[in-house]
Design a protein around this ligand. Structure first.
Ligand code: AMP
Ligand code: GLY
Length: 417
């Protein structure tokens, strides 16, 4: 099969690495890709649908995989499907599950999916007065906000400030949600879906705050590990039956079936799992560790989903665990500094896998080109062994301003069910 993989992050490098192992792969084109996928990259601007359509028309792939959410929410999958290509990635109508938090909430309520209670506001002043009355509340912008659309507020003044700052985001903040503040471990569950049926990947846990011990501002994700001891196999199956299945049925009933990776961000509360959000795509950095865990050929799975012919089955995963640590650029999660030379990649050893995110070639040098520069990953017989290996790789890689979390997977180490 000939595959066109759209995106340029570490998530897409990880998918490309996994797809390249498939005996069914004839060639792979990463567009635009990054230095990690060098050799099969094609330049393209993903938010220019005409350009992407032209590229697809030229290379005529058997399957197109779309990585990031923004082009999906904007309807790229619809356009490519319109040209007759099988696409792994939802239509704009189904991608609204990520593109509008109010829509996602409505789908969940209709489908009986356990989620935090929330109210939707179109008026800033009404939202302010309700937020002040709640005090402790989570304020969310309805639309896509590149990870900047959620504020967890403690107390009336913070709640009001959160409403006002999200309302000032622009179109994403025109509508706001005020949501019940939940507590517990956060877990990501990703299902590969064909519109009706699904297969589950094992749970992964991201680390969203920039600093150790979950301190500092939110980021796109500073590291992940899988599997997660807080969500055992029975609970994962429960999540399939009570979260993924009903959501797919509801979207299908509405005439907008979901094909692609449906990502449920869960909070494991004392009262059971609750959905905090849905994403319409693979997680980053969750995918980097999930591809290391997956022992099966990913290509037929994505292809079956894209064609609406998925054979539901339990998937095989390696025993033990995988860990991925994000090396971030100076300034991240604010405006990252770019152009810093990266060294030591060749010193990490054969058991460490480094996925490129924000990197760029400058002549023969590799330099930083974005916030989340690299995800340094490793597997092991145990979470402890995987961590040790991943952090040994982290210690080898150097660039000015580099920072990372030292506690990826640490909380799970001492956990006894
Ligand atoms: P989201 O973009 O919806 O995943 O939200 C970003 C982060 O905000 C999540 O990863 C959680 O850490 C936090 N968050 C979102 N919703 C809630 C909630 N209802 N209660 C507590 N924390 C939340
Ligand atoms: N890791 C969080 C996300 O992909 O949205």
């Amino acid at each position: 099969m000939r595959v066109l993989l759209l995106g340029s992050g570490a998530r897409e490098h990880a998918l490309a690495w996994k797809l390249a192992q498939s005996p069914n792969l004839k060639w792979l084109c990463s567009a635009p890709g990054n230095p990690g996928t060098e050799g099969h990259n094609m330049p393209v601007t993903l938010n220019d649908a005409d350009q992407v359509q032209r590229l697809a028309g030229e290379i005529e792939p058997d399957l197109i995989v779309v990585g990031p959410e923004a082009p999906l929410v904007a309807g790229l999958a619809d356009q490519l499907m319109g040209m007759g290509f099988p696409v792994f990635g939802p239509t704009a109508a189904a991608a609204r599950i990520e593109g509008s938090k109010a829509f996602a909430k409505e789908v969940m309520q209709q489908a009986g999916v356990p989620t935090a209670e929330a109210r939707v506001f179109d008026s800033v002043e009404e939202a302010v007065s309700h937020a002040r009355s709640l005090g402790n509340v989570v304020v969310k912008a309805d639309g896509l906000a590149a990870g900047k659309g959620v504020v967890v507020a403690k107390g009336a003044d913070e709640a009001e400030a959160a409403v006002r700052s999200l309302a000032a985001l622009g179109p994403a903040g025109k509508r706001l949600l005020l949501e019940e503040l939940l507590e517990g471990e956060e877990v990501s569950v990703i299902a590969l879906c064909d519109g009706e049926r699904y297969v589950l990947l094992p749970p992964a846990q991201d680390h969203k705050r920039v600093g150790d011990g979950d301190t500092g501002p939110n980021t796109g994700g500073m590291g992940a590990y899988s599997p997660v001891p807080f969500l055992d196999e029975a609970a994962l199956r429960w999540t399939g039956e009570h979260v993924i299945g009903p959501t797919l049925s509801e979207l299908s009933r509405r005439g907008t079936p979901f094909r692609g990776a449906l990502y449920a961000g869960l909070m494991l509360t004392r009262g059971g799992p609750r959905v905090l959000e849905f994403n319409c795509r693979f997680g980053d950095p969750e995918t980097q560790v999930l591809v290391l865990q997956l022992e099966e050929d990913l290509l037929p799975l994505l292809d079956e989903c894209a064609r609406g012919r998925l054979e539901p089955r339990p998937l095989r995963f390696r025993p033990g665990a995988s860990v991925g640590v994000v090396l971030a650029a100076a300034g991240y999660p604010g405006a990252p500094r770019t152009g810093d030379p990266i060294e030591g990649l060749e010193e990490v050893g054969p058991k460490v896998r480094v996925f490129h995110g924000g990197t760029r070639r400058e002549g023969v040098r590799l330099v930083t080109a974005g916030g989340r520069v690299l995800t340094v990953c490793a597997s092991g017989q145990s979470l402890a062994a995987a961590r040790e290996r991943a952090y040994s790789g982290v210690a080898r890689i150097r660039f000015p301003g580099s920072h990372h979390r030292r506690d990826i997977g640490a909380r799970a180490l001492g956990y006894r069910p």
